[in-house]
Design a protein around this ligand. Structure first.
Ligand code: F3S
Length: 385
């Protein structure tokens, strides 16, 4: 591949991986079973990114199952989202290039809910920090936090350098977290992730004292840990598959109800929301069920985006949840999300969301944010006046 015998794109991809391997002192390459490519929104890629992809697409092809992160807009309903046609044209060119590369146009940050579910111990190369933390911690697959180019390079070659979280010794906990607060809803896991991520930086937290955690709790915890810090893996004692790696003699911090309240206020600005969005990371079927129950018979009075994958939406259609959600006036935001879509350019000022990760990035984009549970988001969306 490096000699160019498999084409120019594969050669370029291998050059990227070899350079990375040298930087991180990798002993060799390892085969990967799947790839999740991030760097899809034209908002982040720009023309340079589009050019890079178009060049690779001339003769490059994915060698392993490869799925795609959310784009900057719905690929079919971008007009009703208020997206500018110049942006849409560029975004569709990006998607077209990925399609020619053999990448599945899934456009979701929860590939593990949409047909790309690795097994325990498998080596994978995923971008999208929330999915990386989930795959390592909850599934027990092995991936570093890939950037767009390195994930794509892994896809075109089927390989990644063997370093970091691909190696067992690097998966052991580095900091213990004694969870004293009783966590009841996913948003509280999200706030805890935000709090712990800042202290853990790029370490491996080991949570003690959590009795139960749902898929939704772990999904939002993964996202928050990876947004305030660089966490790519964590353990929950007795719950996640590699928590047996142990947590002896570790520096420990506690997470109390007071920390929860303080993190909550840290994530909240003043102001009445004019835009409400849930599904960061993209909603699960259980979340669609909850939304359907909360929205049934009610009318939404401000823009309300429910972000999820096309696959989960399809399951929601079958279960009858999607109809109840749409009848309320809420909109499914498929292929995209409130962070990667250019919503700051659509004139919205204050966003209500149930995700600490979304709060973090929306604020960085200059918006005001209200962080609240899913029920609160529905109450805001349906509030009159
Ligand atoms: Fe997914 Fe967008 Fe959040 S990509 S994790 S919904 S910021």
């Amino acid at each position: 591949m490096l000699a160019g015998e498999r084409g120019r794109a594969t050669q370029k991809a291998m050059q990227i991986l070899v350079a990375l391997g040298k930087i991180y002192d990798a002993e060799r390459l390892v085969r990967v079973s799947s790839v999740q490519v991030s760097g899809v929104s034209y908002k982040n890629l720009g023309d340079a990114g589009l050019e890079f992809l178009s060049e690779l697409a001339k003769d490059g092809k994915a060698r392993v199952k490869t799925t795609l992160n959310p784009a900057g807009m719905s690929l079919t309903d971008w007009r009703s989202q208020g997206i500018d046609s110049g942006f849409a044209e560029k975004q569709l060119q990006v998607i077209d290039a990925y399609g020619r590369l053999g990448v599945e146009i899934t456009c979701t940050c929860t590939p593990y809910l949409a047909g790309n579910e690795p097994s325990f111990g498998q080596h994978i190369a995923w971008g999208e920090s929330s999915a990386v933390a989930y795959a390592n911690s909850v599934i027990g697959a092995r991936t570093n936090r890939e950037g767009g180019p390195s994930a794509l390079a892994a896809s075109l070659t089927g390989r990644t350098p063997l370093y970091g979280l691909h190696i067992r010794e690097n998966r052991v906990p580095t900091i213990a977290v004694d969870v004293e607060a009783k966590l009841r809803v996913p948003e509280e896991f999200s706030a805890m992730g935000y709090f712990v991520g800042r202290a853990a930086k790029d370490g491996v937290p080991y949570f003690r004292g959590v009795q139960h955690a749902s898929l939704e709790d772990l999904k939002t915890l993964s996202a928050a840990l990876a947004s305030s810090g660089g966490v790519a893996m964590f353990h929950v004692e007795g719950l996640t598959p590699e928590s047996g790696l142990g947590a002896k003699d570790l520096e420990a911090l506690t997470f109390t109800r007071k920390d929860l309240t303080e993190t909550d206020s840290l994530l909240n600005d003043e102001g009445a929301p004019d835009f409400v969005s849930v599904g960061c990371p993209h909603c699960s079927l259980t979340e669609l069920a909850t939304l359907a129950r909360l929205l049934s018979g009610r009318q939404v009075r401000r823009e309300f985006w429910v972000c999820c994958s096309r696959e989960v939406k399809r399951q929601g259609d079958e279960a009858g949840y999607s109809r109840l959600i749409e009848e309320s006036g809420a909109k499914f935001a498929l292929d995209t999300c409130m962070v990667v879509a250019p919503i700051e350019e659509l004139g919205y000022k204050v966003v209500a969301t149930n995700s600490a990760k979304a709060s973090h990035y929306l604020r960085n984009a200059g918006l005001k944010v209200r962080f609240m549970p899913l029920e609160g988001c529905v109450a805001e969306a349906t509030r009159s006046g």
